[in-house]
Design a protein around this ligand. Structure first.
Ligand code: ATP
Ligand code: MG
Length: 364
């Protein structure tokens, strides 16, 4: 087995606490011959600013670029609220996304049966829910030029944002979605607003043409507003949903809350396949932030972080069986009734970060 390089960036707040549980998993997997991971750990966010005066050092950036996968915790906290904008903790993550070319953001929304009552919807609507939202992450209205506010001089201002997409950007994200659908329930929805937006017209054209290359996958176009409605009406009709940066931001947050808890949700961000090796640059991180309110108390839920590591096993290393087992171990401890504070029902006993991590490892 060739050694594979993981670069761990725990970050700030609960980031270090939840990453420690991933490190224990890696150590166990290596010790038992299941994997051959070499790990290196760097600083990102506030801790990097304290040490280097930058949200990530050049040395750590270089390591991230060389790694087979980056595992990222969380950044930020009140301590760094007033640091200069260019070196604020979040700038570290933005730099990583940009320099690694991570254009595809994968956000699964999985509803574990044991937690279905925590959803905003009725249990029967969400139990077994397994949606994968594929969000375009480097284009669209977040970056299009012009982007400005002009003072019109008469007490009025004009704000402009510009949505720009080119064929290649839509084509490559669509291919990620169709590839992934092939490993799942073989259904892709693409959400846009082609009825009012030219960029939507192009998305529709390009994705319909990519769909022709994947005859085994069922493809449906859906208007983004209808997608929002269907997500809260009957979410289990969806498998993979691919969409642009803005709609992906909104629809993935809506899908996330169907599952009940922020502390449970992993994500992956992927770049283009390398021309020589076919390997994609990739960064895996929990959806939640650094949770300063509970940092240092040992009570953070490590599941989103561990599930992000499971995504790394699946998508960067093609260790499908191991990823399945790790996800089953998470579902298993939840079915056993183990709960951290964020997912506990009133009055029920809770466990801390280490106990939850150890239980998942034992289950594995
Ligand atoms: P960011 O701006 O980085 O997204 P945020 O303030 O929006 O940060 P979080 O840091 O995710 O969001 O925290 C939101 C709430 O959820 C907090 O009360 C926090 O304690 C809780 N929370 C977030 N992640 C976890 C976790 N893994 N375990 C337990 N509670 C969590
Ligand atoms: Mg937030």
């Amino acid at each position: 087995m060739a050694t594979q390089n993981l670069f761990l960036l725990p970050g700030d707040g609960i980031g270090t606490e939840i990453m420690a549980e991933v490190q224990k998993l890696i150590d166990w997997l290596n010790a038992n011959g299941k994997t051959d991971f070499a790990t290196d750990t760097g600083l990102v966010g506030g801790c990097a600013y304290d040490k280097h005066g930058a949200a990530i050092s050049e040395e750590d950036m270089a390591k991230a670029l060389k790694a087979d996968a980056v595992i990222f915790g969380a950044v930020g906290g009140p301590k760094w609220d007033n640091v200069p904008y260019e070196v604020r903790p979040e700038a570290g993550l933005l730099r990583l996304r940009k320099d690694l070319g991570l254009f595809a953001n994968l956000r699964p929304a999985i509803c574990y049966p044991a937690l279905a009552d925590a959803s905003s919807l009725k249990r029967e609507l969400v139990e077994g829910l397994d949606i994968l939202i594929v969000r375009e992450l480097t284009g669209g209205v977040y970056f299009g030029e012009p982007k400005e506010i002009t003072d019109l001089g008469n007490g009025q201002k004009r704000a402009v944002d510009t949505q720009v997409y080119e064929t290649y950007e839509i084509d490559r994200i669509a291919r990620v979605a169709f590839d992934l659908a092939g490993t799942r329930s073989k259904k892709v929805h693409m959400a846009d607003k082609k009825n009012v937006m030219k960029s939507g017209v192009l998305w529709s054209e390009v994705v319909a043409s990519v769909a022709k290359d994947f005859p085994a996958i069922k493809y449906e176009h859906i208007l983004a507003d209808n997608a929002a409605m269907q997500l809260v009406r009957n979410p289990k009709q969806f498998d993979v949903m691919v969409t642009d940066n803005l709609f992906g931001d909104i629809l993935s947050d809506a899908a996330a809350m169907l599952t009940g808890s922020l502390g449970m949700l992993p994500s992956a961000s992927l770049g283009a396949p390398d021309a020589a090796t076919g390997k994609r640059k990739a960064l895996y991180e929990p959806v939640h932030g650094s949770a300063p309110d509970i940092a240092g108390k040992g009570i953070a839920n490590p599941i989103a972080m561990i599930a992000s590591f499971a995504m790394a096993l699946r998508y960067s290393f093609n260790m499908i069986e191991l990823a399945d087992k790790l996800e089953a171990a998470i579902a298993g401890v939840l079915a056993d009734g183990l709960r951290t504070g964020d997912i506990a029902q009133d009055g029920k006993k809770t466990v801390g970060t280490e106990e939850m991590g150890a239980a998942i490892l034992a289950k594995l």
